[in-house]
Write a protein that binds this ligand. Structure first.
Ligand SMILES: [Zn+2]
Length: 429
C-alpha cells in the first residue's frame, strides 16, 4: 500500500478544505501588513490567534521590543502557536513571515483585495508568502482533525520584518530560544519556491559603504585640491580589472537558481560624490567645487565555499593596494551588514520526509534548489543552531514583489497535501 492510500482520508480532508484555504488566503491578503513601515502586524497576529486557538493551538504574541523599526506606532508583533500531541515526540515548525513589500506601480488588480480569478488569488503577498502561510495552516488543521492522537507537536509562527532582514521577527524569536533544537526539530518555511521544489538554503551577503576622500578647491583650479570622485574611479577600475574577473571564476556546488547566481556576484547599489543633489524644483546652477568625498554602497553575494573573511579581505586588499600605489588615496570602509550562507544537508530528516511526500503527491522527485538572496533560514541556522530547516511552499518565486502578484489555488492544494503527508511521516508513531 502506498502512502497516499494509507492517508487517503487525510488527503480527502484537504480536498474538502479548498474553499476554506481560499477564504483564509484572501483574509490574510486583506490585512495590509506593509513593511516598511510595519503596518498591521498586531492585526494579523490577532487574526492568526483567533484561527489557531480555535484549532486547539496554544498561542503566544511576542513583541520584538527594541529591534530596528519597533516603536509604539509600529510595534513588531509576532505569533508562535503550538499544538501538542497526545504523547511526546518531535516538533515540526512552520514559519511564515507576515510582512509584505510595497505595492509599486503597474497593478490591474486591487493589491489588498484578494480577488479570485481563474484559479488564482491576487494581491500583494499572495505568493510571498500569505498563500504559503494559509497552506501550512490548512495542512496542520487537516492533520490534527484526522490524527488527534499524534505524537510530538506542531508549531506555526507568523513573524515580522523578513523583508527587512528579519531582526524583529525570526532573529528575535531565535534569540529568545524559540528555535532551540531541544524544543523544535524540523522547520519548514513556506516561501514561494514552488510546490515541486525543496530549497536547501541561500547564499551569503555582505553590504558595505566605501568612501574615498579628497580636498575641496575651486573647480577652475582642481590641481589645488584633490578629487574624491577620481579616486573612486580608480576603485571601480580595480573592481573591473581584478575583482569581477576573480568572482566570475568561482562556481558553487550549491544548486542556486537562477543559474547566473551560481557564482559570486556584486552589485554597486549607489554612488554619490560632491555636492548634495538639489530638489527637483531647484532651477539654479551647481557651484564649482572639487569634491572632497565620494561614496558607494556595495552588495556582495557570496557562496558557501567562500569564508566571509575572504570576501571582506579581497575588497580591503584592493583598497589597500590603491592606498600604497596611488598618490593621496585614502578610504574608509563601513560594514553595513553581513549574513552568512546557509545550506541544509540533503540527507537531513526534513529534506527526506518532504521529498517522500512530494513523490507521493506529485509522482516525481523534487528539484533541490538554493536561493540567490537570503531569507529567515539564516537566523534559524546561526542563532537558533537548528540545521534541519528548508524552504518549501507554493507559488512562483519570480512573482514575488511584482505587480499583479498571485498564488495558484492548485499549487496551494498540492503543497498542503505534501505538508500534511510529511507530518504523518514525522508525528505518527
Ligand atoms: Zn518571502
Amino acid at each position: 500500500m502506498t502512502a497516499p492510500d494509507q492517508h487517503a482520508a487525510l488527503l480527502a480532508r484537504i480536498e474538502d478544505k479548498r474553499d476554506d484555504l481560499i477564504a483564509l488566503t484572501q483574509d490574510l491578503i486583506r490585512i495590509p501588513t506593509l513593511n516598511p513601515p510595519g503596518d498591521c502586524y498586531r492585526d494579523i497576529c490577532d487574526y492568526l490567534d483567533r484561527r489557531l486557538s480555535a484549532a486547539g493551538f496554544t498561542t503566544q504574541l511576542i513583541r520584538a521590543t527594541g529591534t530596528p523599526g519597533d516603536s509604539d506606532r509600529y510595534p513588531r508583533w509576532n505569533i508562535v502557536a503550538r499544538r501538542d500531541g497526545k504523547t511526546a515526540g518531535e516538533c515540526v515548525h512552520f514559519n511564515s513571515h507576515t510582512d509584505v513589500v510595497e505595492v509599486g506601480a503597474g497593478w490591474t488588480q486591487d493589491p489588498f483585495g484578494g480577488a479570485l480569478e481563474g484559479g488564482r488569488i491576487y494581491g500583494r503577498g499572495a505568493c510571498d508568502m500569505k498563500g504559503g502561510l494559509a497552506t501550512s495552516i490548512i495542512a496542520a488543521e487537516a492533520f490534527i482533525e484526522e490524527y488527534p492522537d499524534f505524537a510530538g507537536a506542531i508549531e506555526i509562527s507568523g513573524t515580522a520584518d523578513e523583508e527587512s532582514g528579519g531582526y524583529g521577527g525570526v532573529a528575535y524569536l531565535a534569540e529568545q530560544g524559540y528555535f532551540d533544537p531541544a524544543r523544535v526539530h524540523h522547520v519548514i518555511i513556506p516561501e514561494p519556491l514552488g510546490h515541486d521544489r525543496i530549497c536547501l538554503g541561500h547564499r551569503g551577503g555582505w553590504w558595505a559603504e566605501i568612501e574615498t576622500f579628497g580636498e575641496i578647491a575651486h573647480g577652475s583650479m582642481p590641481f589645488l585640491g584633490d578629487c574624491a570622485v577620481r579616486h573612486m574611479g580608480a576603485v571601480l577600475q580595480a573592481f573591473e580589472a581584478e575583482l569581477y574577473p576573480a568572482m566570475a571564476q568561482r562556481r558553487t556546488d550549491m544548486p542556486v537558481v537562477p543559474e547566473g547566481a551560481r557564482q559570486s556576484t556584486m552589485n554597486i547599489n549607489s554612488i554619490h560624490g560632491g555636492q548634495a543633489e538639489q530638489p527637483a524644483d531647484f532651477t539654479g546652477l551647481p557651484a564649482h567645487c572639487v569634491p572632497d568625498s565620494c561614496r558607494i554602497v556595495i552588495d556582495r553575494r557570496f557562496l558557501v565555499e567562500e569564508p566571509l573573511e575572504a570576501v571582506r579581505g579581497e575588497v580591503t586588499a584592493l583598497l589597500d593596494g590603491l592606498k600604497a600605489d596611488r598618490p593621496n588615496f585614502d578610504y574608509a570602509l563601513r560594514e553595513l551588514n553581513a549574513v552568512l550562507p546557509s545550506m541544509t544537508d540533503k540527507e537531513a530528516p526534513v529534506v527526506q520526509t518532504v521529498t517522500a511526500a512530494i513523490q507521493d503527491v506529485l509522482g516525481r522527485m523534487p528539484d533541490y534548489v538554493a536561493s540567490p538572496g537570503t531569507y529567515d533560514q539564516k537566523h534559524i541556522d546561526r542563532i537558533g543552531r537548528l540545521k534541519n530547516c528548508i524552504a518549501y511552499g507554493p507559488g512562483i518565486l519570480e512573482l514575488a514583489h511584482k505587480p499583479d502578484e498571485y498564488i495558484d489555488v492548485c499549487d496551494m492544494m498540492d503543497s498542503a497535501k505534501v505538508m500534511a503527508l510529511s507530518l504523518t511521516a514525522t508525528l505518527l508513531a
